[in-house]
Design a protein. Structure first.
Length: 301
């Protein structure tokens, strides 16, 4: 019997490439992406915090989204870059637990927050007369707290469960950060089922959020298409499209990452999918939101 998880104190992460030139390229790309994410999300946080015209529910939730995105990309990318600089693959056992916990926490909270943002769009367009009462500042703060808290509980459950499994397949994680599907591959087969059950439950929660968002948008579009003026329709659509784009990006990459059968396991494919759900959305979300948003552009200026 091979040693279980308690007998080693570090994991070995996937090196990005064998040759030094390719590793340098990976480092440069990651540095560029990370700085872009810091700049984009930092600008949105500053604009929303400092400009009183942006103190509305939509921008309050966008502020929360930017904090979540900054957290998500800071959980995975800096460690990978630091390993390149130190010419190392190691991550400590507690560092690995922290990565799994924070990534799950921030991604789960983001899923809940995107659902809340869909509700905000729904109330703004389908119940405009009740918007002030339904989305007052107290309600918005409660919704944001609920989104963060649900992510925290979710992460606690999964992280505790994953690291209570005995890992008898060594300590090499086939990914550039610690993620649950890769750590489950190191576990002994019988203990795998419990976490697999939890993953299915999580998938249902995400699917529930997704259904809620889809139904909200079906009602939103029904109302928007009845707006007589083209200008009114255009304004309503431009309020919704950034959120829809972010949701599509988030859901498609997360679902593919966690629901593709483990038999389809090419380390290159796993790597691309991980970059898609953990690195791309935090970098692109600020761009998606600020591109067609005049208020935000004015505030940034």
């Amino acid at each position: 019997k091979m040693p279980n998880s308690t007998s080693f104190n570090e994991f070995l992460l996937l090196p990005f490439a064998d040759t030094w030139e390719l590793q340098l390229l990976h480092f440069s790309l990651f540095l560029g992406i990370y700085l872009a994410a810091l700049l984009g999300n930092g600008l949105i946080i500053t604009a929303v915090a400092c400009d009183h015209r942006l103190h509305t529910p939509m921008y309050f939730f966008l502020l929360n989204l930017s904090f979540l995105d900054l957290g998500t990309i800071s959980t995975t990318v800096p460690k990978s870059m630091a390993n390149f600089l130190c010419n190392s693959r190691a991550i400590s056992y507690s560092g690995c637990i922290a990565q799994v916990f924070f990534l799950f926490f921030l991604c789960s909270a983001e899923c809940s927050l995107l659902t809340v943002m869909a509700y905000d769009r729904f109330v703004a367009i389908c119940r405009p007369l009740h918007y002030r009462t339904l989305m007052d500042s107290r309600a918005c703060v409660k919704m944001a707290i609920a989104a963060w808290a649900s992510g925290f509980l979710h992460a606690l459950l999964h992280t505790g469960n994953t690291f209570s499994l005995s890992l008898c397949q060594g300590n090499v994680v086939e990914q550039f950060f610690c993620e649950i599907p890769q750590i489950l591959k190191l576990s002994c087969s019988d203990s795998y089922l419990r976490e697999a059950g939890l993953v299915v439950v999580s998938a249902f929660v995400v699917f529930g959020c997704f259904i809620f968002i889809v139904l909200s948008y079906m009602q939103i579009f029904t109302v928007v298409l009845r707006i007589p003026s083209e200008q009114g329709r255009h304004k309503a659509f431009s309020m919704c499209f950034p959120h829809l784009a972010v949701v599509s990006l988030y859901i498609s990459t997360s679902f593919f990452a966690h629901l593709k059968p483990s038999s389809i396991s090419y380390s290159v494919l796993d790597l691309v999918v991980a970059v898609l759900y953990a690195v791309v959305p935090p970098t692109l979300n600020p761009l998606i939101y600020s591109m067609r948003n005049r208020e935000l552009k004015d505030a940034l200026r």
